[in-house]
Design a binder for this molecule. Structure first.
Ligand code: GLN
Length: 319
């Protein structure tokens, strides 16, 4: 086993869980009513190792929408199908140094990276127009869900239509980003902006729980092979690129500090979820709705700090 003393390890995870539970900082996202109604006390942590050992504590079977945690997944599909060169003709690899939904492009008038809204909207346009462009909107939705499901080893993955409708309703900023990128010819030819944005909202509105998302994180930790089904879902090169940008850009405008203090690739979402990947060891998903001012889950960030204070998972531990 990759973690020989599993019981001893999970005992620590439990300790971190209870420590973070008493953290009452942060505010639940309020830009749509479905998220604003989320109970701030929800708190769950799930772990899945690359050899399939699993542990869960707390609210790990309650579904939440993936929101920005879908961004590394859509980026992974784009890389796997189109290759790094094509994808990065359209989107950069640089942290933006700004908020996740800031109306800003880089010096080449491309979105800074695929982990913020502009970049993820752009990646959605690549999935739509460059991969099997003959697919209908419905087929492209199924295609994407199936990918997410394969990453999750076939576990529960749904779609929250109320959130989708609300996202689309409260989308002025995302529309502004969409038009701004169209103004600068960011999209592949023949792209339809309304369809791209709908597709982006659909990806944000996919729904899963901590247990399922820990498997997704573990598939990334395992170089693209799902530890539960042993299916090869992504090429190792694609996963390498995804983890690189999760490391430098996955935590919005906290990414630099997170890389410094925690040193693990991670991606947060506005529903309070956090995907954490310890390469060649395990995937973790934490979920707690209250967010800090930059949009990261307060308990999730604290959990990661507790984790690396006990274990040498930081990229530059063991020197
Ligand atoms: N649906 C959110 C948005 O587009 C997702 C962003 C996030 O999770 N931070 O604004």
């Amino acid at each position: 086993f990759i973690i020989p003393d599993w019981f001893g390890f999970t005992k620590h995870i439990e300790d971190f869980y209870w420590k973070c539970k008493s953290n009452s900082e942060g505010k639940v996202a309020s830009y749509i009513p479905q998220l604003a109604r989320m109970n701030p006390d929800y708190w769950g942590v799930s772990v899945c190792t690359i050899d399939g050992q699993r542990f869960s504590i707390g609210d790990t079977s309650i579904p939440f929408t993936l929101q920005s945690c879908s961004k590394p997944l859509t980026y992974a599909i784009a890389l796997d199908r189109l290759g790094q060169e094509v994808v990065h003709q359209y989107v950069g690899q640089e942290p933006s140094g700004r908020n996740f939904n800031e109306l800003v492009l880089d010096y080449n008038k491309k979105p800074h990276n695929p982990m913020i809204n502009a970049g993820a909207i752009l990646v959605c346009s690549l999935l739509k127009s460059l991969i099997k462009p003959e697919m209908t909107l419905a087929e492209k939705f199924d295609f994407t869900v199936n990918y997410f499901k394969k990453l999750a080893g076939g576990e529960n993955l749904g779609f929250n239509n109320a959130i989708f409708l609300s996202e689309r309703e409260a989308a002025d900023r995302n529309y502004a980003l969409g038009f701004y990128m169209r103004e600068h010819n960011c999209y592949p030819d023949k792209s339809n902006l309304k369809e791209i944005l709908d597709f982006y909202f659909q990806c944000c509105s996919m729904e899963a729980n901590c247990d399922t998302m820990a498997v997704v994180a573990a598939t990334l930790a395992n170089g693209g092979i799902c530890p539960i089904t042993e299916e090869k879902v992504l090429k190792p090169d694609s996963v390498r690129d995804v983890l690189s940008l999760m490391h430098s850009c996955g935590m919005y405008d906290y990414s630099g500090q997170f890389a410094f203090k925690v040193g693990i690739p991670a991606k947060s979402g506005v529903s309070g979820s956090l995907l954490v990947v310890i390469p060649n060891v395990m995937g973790i998903c934490t979920w707690s709705p209250p967010l800090d001012p930059l949009g990261n889950s307060c308990r999730g960030v604290q959990f990661c700090q507790e984790l690396v204070s006990e274990f040498n998972f930081h990229r530059y531990d063991n020197l």
